[in-house]
Design a protein around this ligand. Structure first.
Ligand code: NAD
Length: 283
């Protein structure tokens, strides 16, 4: 069986270290604070917000929730963002996705001050990511790179195949793998003959949201498999990868749950602290 890439254990390790860093920051009078704007009542969003809140509290970061009704207009969210942009006590903010259909998230991303953009999704920060001079990264990709580093997997010259092209996972993990000198291919819903690319992949990072998408016969012996997908099947949480089928052929593999998920929450906190430190350094 391949080595399990234990995201849960790494997240705990990182959180313990971050807690120490926050303690030192607080002694210097820096109290990291980030705001979550949640519009509507999406049940999955409520779960994510609670889990972020729990970890933030444990680390010593303040999370402030702005819960807005489902029928909130985009202009009202824009006003709130401007208020938070101007508030010196706020180190970061994020809009919890998904948002109701009357809200155009792209417009709102244009308004968030990039220096307070904890998700790294503003156009300025996405651009910085591709240009290789970023100060904040989307949490999931940052966590994946940390996991790969922790297990001393070298991406240089490797064929990294990313499945999915979202702004939050697929595109930024492609940028970060490219930064590590990997040869990166992005597959998506319109890709023809995905099997061809998967067979040649040294590393597969799947962020689709489709259970059992990746089977053992699609991968190369010894490949690194990072499963970002979250799917609910018969009351269980599973990823995109058929874990039991793939685990013996893979060299390394993330479980679901316990792989990328815990790292995402932890690395969101890392971004908050990065922004808090950066803002303080610039004072
Ligand atoms: P998304 O839901 O916005 O889009 C899915 C992507 O998959 C699209 O880019 C689409 O082109 C691609 N796709 C769809 N069908 C495909 C197919 N058959 N073959 C190849 N590509 C295909 O993407 P997202 O927001 O990145 O989420 C993807 C999955 O990752 C979801 O299950 C989500 O819940 C999960 N997720 C997990 C974490 C975590 O922390 N573990 C974080 C973010 C997202």
């Amino acid at each position: 069986m391949g080595t399990i890439l234990d995201g849960k254990a790494l997240a705990k390790l990182k959180a313990d270290k971050l807690k120490e860093k926050v303690k030192i920051l607080k002694e210097k009078g820096i109290n990291p604070l980030f705001c979550v704007i949640n519009i509507g009542e999406n049940p999955a969003s409520q779960v994510y917000i609670r889990s972020k809140g729990r970890l933030a509290k444990k680390i010593g970061i303040e999370q402030k929730l702005y819960q807005l009704p489902t029928n909130t207009q985009e202009s009202e969210v824009a006003e709130l963002i401007k208020k938070l942009n101007a508030d010196p006590s706020v180190d970061g903010m994020m809009i919890q996705l998904p948002v109701p259909e009357q809200i155009n998230i792209t417009n709102l991303m244009e308004i968030i001050d990039p220096s307070k953009d904890v998700d790294g999704l503003t156009p300025a920060n996405s651009g910085r990511l591709w240009q290789g001079h970023h100060f904040v990264e989307p949490a999931t990709p940052d966590g994946i790179i940390a996991l790969i580093d922790h297990y001393q997997i070298d991406l240089e010259g490797k064929n990294v195949v990313v499945i999915g092209r979202s702004d939050i996972v697929g595109k930024p993990i492609a940028a970060l793998a490219l930064e590590r000198n990997a040869t990166v291919t992005i597959l998506h819903s319109k890709t023809q003959n995905p099997e061809f690319y998967l067979k040649h992949a040294d590393v597969i990072i799947s962020a689709v949201g489709q259970a059992n998408l990746i089977k053992a016969d699609m991968i190369k012996e010894g490949a690194v498999i990072v499963d970002v997908g979250i799917n609910h099947v018969d009351g269980h949480l599973v990823g995109d990868v058929d874990f039991d089928d793939v685990k013996n052929k893979a060299g390394w593999i993330t479980p679901v749950p316990g792989g990328v998920g815990p790292l995402t929450v932890e690395f969101l906190m890392e971004q908050v602290v990065k922004l808090a430190r950066r803002r303080n350094d610039r004072k």
